[in-house]
Design a protein around this ligand. Structure first.
Ligand SMILES: [Zn+2]
Length: 349
């Protein structure tokens, strides 16, 4: 059977423009677009649609929307030292959140087997009441809430492999036992959260799994962590759909972070996640772009991940070894010490 993979791509995302030299710039999506061009004939286009207030208000407070609207009236302006807003930014941010909702919804309904939303601005740092870290609205959190409340999707796994911790997403779901949030990220690093002992709160305790990684981690650490930690955690959780906060800023050429993941590493990560989706939730898998600030890294990584989504049978990467004393072994043991009692087989390849 031919694979059906949706793509959200919209030139309007280019009209969110900040100060000269800002890394979160329209050229990022031009780089993603170069990867899409070669594959566009195989992809099902999905038009971007602005998220409406009720959708945003499932994640954000009314005061946050008012603050955004007030800021848009005095644009261009900054919401924090990193986060800018121009006259078009609010409309563009609504298009990013709306696209995440529609992509995830189409995948949940079976319109496509998988999909990728190439959106700006990113979302995972946006808190309920605060824009931060280039993010205005939390696109992936808005999508997950829509699926839960409108589409009857009970259990959602959000994997966040952006190099930064998704503080906003974690906080959105930290008391929710039905959304498992798993994040791999450079640590200590912006935004400062995401340590091993942040595991969720109240009824959500255990449904947040953080893998803070030292600078310099590459393909072996990313893929090994997914094989040894994500896979058993997902099997224990049994998601009905998998969302990926798909940042490409762990790429070795990224100017903001200090990780060493290659395009092949992202392909192998996508293989692990696609196989997991097929095993656990009929393949339902939706990826939403987050960060990634090197144009070559964005182009290479997007192409690598899309090829895995499109392939008839992309296979699985070989199990990454975790010898004693290795960084991977250290990470696995730390996570095991926190989550081991709850998750059968955690740490095993
Ligand atoms: Zn990032």
């Amino acid at each position: 059977m031919e694979r059906s993979v949706a793509i959200v791509e919209d030139p309007r995302y280019g009209s969110h423009e900040g100060p000269a030299g800002h890394p979160e710039r329209p050229a990022r999506l031009e780089a993603v677009g170069r990867a899409l061009r070669a594959r566009r004939a195989s992809l099902a286009p999905l038009a971007a649609r602005p998220a409406d207030d009720p959708e945003l208000l499932r994640v954000h407070g009314a005061s946050h929307l008012e603050l955004m609207e007030e800021a848009a009236r005095r644009a261009p302006c900054r919401l924090d030292p990193d986060t800018y807003l121009c006259a078009q930014s609010l409309d563009v941010a609504r298009l990013a959140a709306g696209a995440a909702v529609d992509l995830a919804r189409g995948v949940a309904r079976g319109d496509w087997q998988a999909g990728f939303a190439a959106v700006r601005p990113p979302g995972h740092h946006a808190e309920a009441d605060r824009a931060m870290g280039f993010c205005l609205f939390n696109n992936i959190a808005v999508a997950a809430r829509a699926l839960r409340e409108e589409d009857g999707v009970g259990r959602i796994l959000i994997l966040d492999w952006d190099v930064h911790h998704g503080n906003g997403t974690q906080h959105s779901f930290e008391e929710d036992p039905d959304v498992l949030y798993v994040s791999t990220h450079q640590f200590p690093y912006y935004p400062g959260s995401g340590d091993f002992d942040e595991i969720g709160r109240g009824r959500g305790e255990g449904a947040t799994l953080n893998v803070p990684m030292p600078p310099g981690c590459g393909d072996a650490e990313l893929v090994g962590v997914l094989q040894r930690l994500l896979v058993p955690a997902a099997r224990a959780f049994r998601p009905e759909l998998i969302l990926v906060s798909c940042g490409f800023d762990a790429h070795r050429s990224d100017p903001l972070a200090s990780m060493d993941v290659s395009g092949n590493g992202f392909a192998d990560a996508a293989r692990v996640v696609r196989a997991l989706a097929e095993e656990l939730c009929s393949g339902r898998l939706a990826l939403v772009l987050e960060g990634g600030y090197a144009e070559d890294g964005l182009e290479e990584s997007t192409g690598a991940v899309l090829d895995v989504l499109l392939a008839a049978d992309p296979g699985l990467p070989e199990t990454v070894a975790a010898p004693p004393g290795s960084t991977l072994r250290g990470l696995v043991e730390r996570v095991e010490s926190v989550h081991g009692p709850r998750i059968p087989g955690l740490g095993a390849p």
